[in-house]
Design a protein around this ligand. Structure first.
Ligand code: ZN
Length: 93
């Protein structure tokens, strides 16, 4: 009787630690353009645009870039314009 109780208790404790996920409180990302008061994203500002493009030339999503919807939309247009002006690559090397 007592043996049974022991094993059941051990089982309960075993599973818990592994399934527990550690979640750190996320630091809130702030839109760079809002912070600096940039109303219109300029396609000629290549040094800034480069930060929002991966090595392969892909545009970074708003989720990772931290941009607000308003500026992310402008940013994608600006990057695409810069590509057509050959300021940014369509495809990374
Ligand atoms: Zn913004």
């Amino acid at each position: 009787m007592e043996n049974n109780k022991k094993t059941a208790a051990a089982k309960d404790f075993g599973g818990e630690d592994k399934t527990k996920k550690v979640r750190r409180p996320q630091k809130r990302k702030v839109c760079e353009f809002c912070e600096k008061g940039i109303a219109v994203v300029d396609y000629k500002d290549v040094s800034r645009l480069r930060k929002y493009v991966t090595e392969k030339g892909k545009i970074i999503s708003a989720r990772t870039s931290g941009c607000c919807a308003h500026h992310q939309r402008q940013l994608t247009v600006a990057i695409k314009r810069a590509r057509n002006m050959a300021l940014l690559p369509f495809k990374g090397e």
